[in-house]
Ligand binder design. Structure first.
Ligand code: HEC
Ligand code: HEC
Length: 474
């Protein structure tokens, strides 16, 4: 039951909150426009809600101030309406409105190559093609010293990448729901505790602050191109701000208000979610030794029984679809094969799991321990012509592998870590397409199709659309 994963008393509070919200939203819902509430913004399938202290976003926080030399702030790439990241559509819109002159369009890491010509509108259209089409930023990292592998070939359509600096195109991660991170950054490189297999314990609450503080420092020096190191007070203010944000979908155009009729969607309920590093870990890393509960997502349990809903309810069908999608997430069998970080670490060539095996944090959906995994998103076989492709050779075996992003291996230099990334938080997805570290899935439908193909699940169209309905409601 939903209540069991929330702190005691939370479900009652949640009901009170949802009642309040329900009445506040009811009239606005008729207009299908979000209510005038600074914490609610429209998105692809409804409305997104952010929960923040005192029910306001503190726009005076240094998060919103330009702290470097290029006019950017954290808010250039982490925006409330896009789930505190960016979406490709919003960036394209920003490009059109500003003729590619908004500060996000900076050569340093906004352009396909930092050597691009950006002197004319036409030149900028070309130079920022990855940012506008996929919502990705160019993370430039050098080949690690003493790596177990050598870079033997670079095929960079933008003519820049080399061993001195690989161009790795990555989506900004949401700067919200951060207190549940078990690793910071796609490759965990800002994680204060080591983010390495086998399944390290990851962060505790102290570590998360240190990790986020170090992350903010690097963002100011890097993305914002500051020439003066910001003081600790500024960093602390940013970390305080972002670590008190919680974000989730609160209204779905088809299903209505998501925390009504027993639904537990929305950011206010999310903010009360119980969590600790290792909670409900599928591989037995929960320090409390509580066994893994496959019902990872329990937000819409009450919508599973159609009889509980009046047939006159215009939302009944859509709610039933979301509830079926949640059930698929929790119970649809997936034969997990060939996932480095999982099959090799456990010594099992096939793990009979579910979506929740890897997205195991209850109602949050990231991995509750730092678990870098290679599910194949960066594989050479999935490369599209707009992505750089790197060929790496194993120094001892001579084996080669092609990848668009070596992921964790860029930090550890380990062959086994090539292509490993963290499983991100799954809340507020509808506001922040495209998906995966490189934005290779344009829609949630593409995400589901990826899994269906990658793991030979054999989903029906109905199952796919139910799962998409559920993911859109997160
Ligand atoms: C130019 C765009 C850009 C700017 C400006 C920017 N970021 Fe980011 N942010 C990114 C990208 C890209 C990533 C993911 C990079 C990776 O994982 O390799 C990221 C990741 C993060 C993460 C990691 C979240 C997680 O769950 O792991 C946090 C937190 C964050 N940024 C906060 C900030 C803060 C605070 C600022 C301002 C000081 C800032 N960012 C400025 C692009 C940006
Ligand atoms: C074997 C582990 C594993 C399984 C099983 C798995 N995932 Fe993932 N998931 C990941 C990892 C790792 C990533 C990040 C991959 C990357 O970007 O390289 C991810 C990313 C995602 C994302 C993108 C989030 C974002 O912010 O871009 C979504 C959505 C998602 N998974 C949903 C699902 C669903 C739905 C299922 C079940 C059909 C599922 N996952 C099964 C490991 C897994």
């Amino acid at each position: 039951m939903s209540a069991s994963i929330l702190p005691r008393g939370a479900s009652r509070l949640a009901c009170a909150v949802s009642l309040l919200l329900a009445s506040a939203l009811a009239s606005a819902q008729l207009a299908t426009r979000p209510p005038v509430d600074p914490l609610i913004t429209p998105d692809a399938s409804g409305w997104l809600q952010t929960h923040a202290p005192n029910h306001r976003i503190d726009l005076h926080n240094p998060f919103f101030q330009s702290l470097g030399s290029n006019g950017r702030s954290c808010n250039s790439c982490h925006r409330q309406g896009e789930g505190w990241t960016i979406s490709a559509a919003e960036v394209q819109h920003r490009f059109d409105v500003t003729r590619g002159l908004d500060p996000i369009f900076a050569l340093v890491d906004g352009a396909d190559s930092p050597r691009d010509d950006i002197s004319t509108l036409a030149a900028r259209e070309k130079a920022f093609s990855m940012l506008t089409s996929r919502g990705v930023i160019r993370v430039g990292l050098p080949m690690p010293a003493n790596a177990e592998f050598t870079l033997v070939a670079v095929d960079d359509p933008y003519g820049y990448a080399s061993a001195a600096e690989l161009s790795l195109f990555r989506r900004p991660l949401p700067a919200t729901n951060l207190i549940w991170d078990s690793a910071v950054m796609w490759d965990g490189r800002e994680t204060f505790a080591p983010f390495q297999p086998p399944m390290d314990a990851g962060l505790d609450m102290e570590d998360i602050r240190s990790s986020l503080s170090s992350q903010a420092l690097h963002a100011i020096l890097g993305h914002e191109q500051a020439t003066v190191t910001p003081d600790q007070k500024t960093l602390d203010a940013i970390v305080d701000f972002e670590s008190h944000l919680f974000t989730a979908q609160v209204f779905d155009r088809a299903a209505g208000i998501l925390n009504e009729g027993g639904g537990m969607g929305g950011a206010n309920i999310l903010a009360q979610q119980r969590f600790w590093i290792g909670i409900n870990d599928a591989l037995g890393n929960d320090p409390t030794l509580e066994p893994f509960d496959a019902n990872v997502m329990q937000l819409f349990d009450d919508w599973r029984n159609p009889r509980a809903m009046s047939s006159l309810d215009p939302h009944a069908r859509a709610r039933a679809a979301i509830a079926r999608g949640e059930q698929l997430f929790d119970s649809m069998p997936i034969n997990i094969r060939g996932v480095a970080g999982l099959n090799d670490v456990t010594g099992q060539s096939v793990i009979r799991g579910t979506c929740g095996t890897c997205h195991d944090s209850p109602n949050i959906g990231n991995h509750s321990v730092g678990a870098p995994l290679n599910i194949g998103i960066a594989d050479g076989s999935r490369r599209t012509p707009d992505m750089p492709l790197y060929t790496l050779r194993n120094n001892s075996t001579g084996e080669t592998v092609q990848t668009t992003d070596p992921g964790l291996a860029m930090l550890t230099g380990k062959w086994a870590d090539i292509g490993k990334f963290k499983g991100p938080n799954l809340r507020g997805l509808a506001a922040r397409a495209p998906y995966f570290h490189n934005g290779s899935a344009a829609t949630l439908n593409d995400v589901v199709n990826f899994y269906d193909t990658r793991f030979n699940i054999g989903m029906t169209d109905q199952q796919k659309s139910d799962l998409v309905a559920f993911l859109s409601a997160l």
